[in-house]
Design a protein around this ligand. Structure first.
Ligand SMILES: [Fe+2]
Length: 319
């Protein structure tokens, strides 16, 4: 892939290059203009500010992880040997990750359409943002960055049951495609896939992104959701604050529950184990086949035309 022409090394050294910053990255803009979704990680483009942002994020999360994260996440952080002082290289992360569960982090230039995202999970590939948030705004952002994806998500992918759960989400997406493929009325087809996807997205949000697990001793909770694991403020709030409602993960509730992405979550659901989570995704698929996800409650998240198209085009892509 062609890269922007500039003296990257010199600018990176003095920290004034845009580097690979979420809010500004010529490399990403160029990849998007060229229609390139999957990209290499041009490691030399990270500026010193980018590396400093990772270092600051990592160092201030370390104590929080010890206090609030579940055991599997802490083991995953150790297993991946994530650097504390610089942005990690995806290749290095994958060297430690792939032998454990077959998962690999795969660089992307931006938003991955819904079906494509779930299909990647089915292939044990995790679409990974390579940009990092600006160092002046380290707190939770609605959009992902490499800290959210690599420090928040990927350590969980070292756990077999968790990794298998992600693959099962991918299986669900394929089931959704096959269920709507035979519907001739295109309006009805879109309505059905929108409802089913909304249910899947809500399940994903309240588990993979913002999930809690009951603590082993039965008292309190541990965090496994990446949105919490990558947020210095919200990880403690999710576990300690009396303002948060915490309920057992109930499928009938979760698939009908909307959420807002740009504020601290007032409602969270907890599971008992990752084996439990794996079974819940299996139950989601049973519900899907039974038509129980065809009319879930309206509300967030919205499904874009790109997302709908990704499902409707899937049978053609597979042919
Ligand atoms: Fe995420």
């Amino acid at each position: 892939m062609a890269t922007p022409t500039m003296d990257r090394g010199a600018e990176a050294d003095v920290g004034i290059a845009p580097g690979l910053t979420t809010t500004q990255s010529p490399f990403i803009e160029q990849a998007q203009r060229a229609g390139q979704l999957y990209i290499q990680q041009p490691y030399e483009l990270y500026s010193s500010s980018n590396h400093n942002a990772w270092r600051d994020l990592f160092s201030r999360m370390s104590d929080r992880w010890q206090a609030y994260a579940n055991d599997r996440f802490l083991q995953g952080i150790d297993a991946l040997c994530l650097p504390a002082d610089r942005v990690p290289r995806l290749d290095e992360v994958n060297q430690f990750l792939a032998p454990r569960t077959g998962f690999r982090a795969k660089g992307v230039s931006g938003y991955v359409p819904a079906f494509v995202f779930f299909d990647c999970l089915r292939n044990r590939e995790f679409p990974t943002t390579i940009t990092i948030r600006d160092g002046v705004s380290l707190d939770y952002l609605p959009e992902p960055d490499i800290f959210h994806d690599i420090a928040g998500h990927v350590p969980m992918h070292t756990d077999q049951a968790f990794a298998d759960t992600l693959v099962r989400f991918g299986d669900c997406a394929h089931t959704a495609v096959s269920l709507v493929a035979g519907i001739r009325d295109q309006g009805e087809q879109v309505r059905r896939i929108t409802s089913v996807f909304r249910a899947m997205a809500r399940f994903f949000w309240f588990s993979i992104e913002f999930g809690l697990m009951r603590a082993r001793n039965g008292v309190g909770y541990k965090v496994y959701g990446s949105g919490l694991l990558s947020s210095h403020g919200e990880i403690a709030h999710a576990v300690d604050s009396p303002a948060v409602q915490r309920y057992p993960f109930q499928l009938e509730w979760v698939v009908n529950q909307s959420f807002e992405i740009d504020r601290r979550q007032p409602l969270l659901f907890y599971i008992e184990s990752f084996e439990h989570l794996f079974e819940l995704v299996g139950e989601l698929e049973v519900w899907m086949r039974a038509g129980k996800l065809d009319n879930v409650a309206v509300g967030e998240p919205a499904m874009s035309e790109v997302d709908v198209k990704s499902f409707l085009d899937a049978p053609k892509a597979a042919a």
